[in-house]
Design a binder for this molecule. Structure first.
Ligand code: NAP
Length: 313
């Protein structure tokens, strides 16, 4: 059997992302030993039941001792505290990374605490679902997804290449960019859609309360597709909003301007303008499918799901 990429990998945080990593690391034989730390005894117990690693503890400092790769997968607002806890136990030459959905704020929290001789390379896999916790993870989560690394000035090229290779073995394609570009890009492709979904559902829920019109009953249309994003973890998305505030506010301002222009076109009956816009957006959806970022299954694959349920009945 070939030698694993890392003798020991420590996973600090074992929710959707951490547990997906544990599963793919195990499947691909990327570590000789997997040590797992999580905050609560309940999550730790479940992680043990799922047999996601070799060593389990609620003490992150203990988990990272002797590790060659440490991956911090906690909400972005908790990264500073995690770094403080693990810093004294990190060995020289270890690669330290994170998976946080924001980068500049994670770097600001963690970098000052990173000891000399530790290769700190922030990262963000563009892969996820609306589910949380160790049961929600699966080994295929990162397959054909992009993983963005935001190396800092003076990053050791060999450590960067090793971490890139790790993510490639998890199934991802690597991009490197600076934190600022990461923030702007993610604000539009991920953060704004979530905020719009949260707001959309809030508006509909208020309307139901005020008018008693049955929103849930008739939700088998566009509304339902918003509800998936709006079910995302409240802690994670609170932290994303607070930690990528400037870029999100910039994108919300642009969005509001474009929405006002759309509103105007509807008010003034500008059918050509609406048609042109909808044609443009339809082409964008097609290009996303062509780029392999989504599947062109009718009804987002729900018919297949219904057939599965019927077969099980
Ligand atoms: P999750 O499923 O909710 O798991 C969170 C993990 O962090 C658990 O181990 C939890 O421990 C621990 N944790 C929660 N609050 C903590 C705190 N205040 N201090 C220390 N530990 C804490 O979260 P996730 O979806 O895996 O997200 C983890 C990171 O990945 C976040 O930074 C997020 O931005 C990023 N990310 C998420 C997605 C996504 O779609 N979910 C995609 C890409 C990146 P206990 O359960 O023991 O309390």
């Amino acid at each position: 059997m070939s030698k694993p990429m890392f003798e020991k990998i420590a996973l600090v945080g074992i929710g959707l992302i951490g547990s997906s990593l544990a599963r793919v690391i195990c499947r691909e034989g990327l570590a000789g030993h997997i040590s797992i730390a999580t905050r609560s005894p309940e999550t730790l117990k479940r992680t043990q039941e799922l047999k996601l690693g070799d060593h389990y503890t609620t003490d992150a400092n203990e988990a990272v001792r002797g590790a060659d790769l440490v991956i911090v997968s906690v909400p972005v607002g908790a990264c500073g505290a995690a770094a403080e806890e693990i810093a004294p136990a990190l060995k020289k030459g270890v690669i330290l990374t994170d998976v946080g959905s924001t980068k500049a704020s994670v770097i600001a929290q963690m970098q000052p605490l990173v000891p000399e001789g530790v290769h700190f390379i922030p990262g963000h896999p563009l892969a996820g679902t609306e589910k949380s916790g160790p049961d929600a993870g699966f080994a295929e989560l990162f397959e054909n997804r992009r993983c963005i690394l935001t190396p800092l000035e003076g990053t050791d090229p060999a450590a960067l290449e090793k971490l890139s290779e790790f993510w490639r073995r998890c199934g991802s394609n690597i991009d490197t960019m600076d934190p600022q570009r990461h923030h702007m890009t993610l604000a539009i492709v991920s953060h704004l859609p979530h905020i719009i979904s949260y707001n959309m559902i809030r508006t509909a829920d208020d309307l139901e309360t005020v008018t008693k019109c049955k929103v849930i009953k008739y939700s088998a249309s566009g509304f339902r597709d918003f509800t998936r994003l709006a079910a995302s973890d409240p802690t994670m998305w609170r932290d994303v909003c607070l930690h990528n505030r400037d870029a999100i506010l910039e994108m919300l301002a642009r969005f509001s301007e474009d929405l006002a222009s759309l509103q105007r076109a509807i008010r003034w009956g500008e059918g050509d303008k609406l048609f042109d816009l909808f044609t443009r957006t339809r082409a964008i959806r097609r290009s996303i499918i062509e780029a392999g970022q989504d599947v062109d299954v009718p009804d987002f694959g729900r018919q297949a799901l219904r057939n599965l349920h019927l077969m099980q009945e």
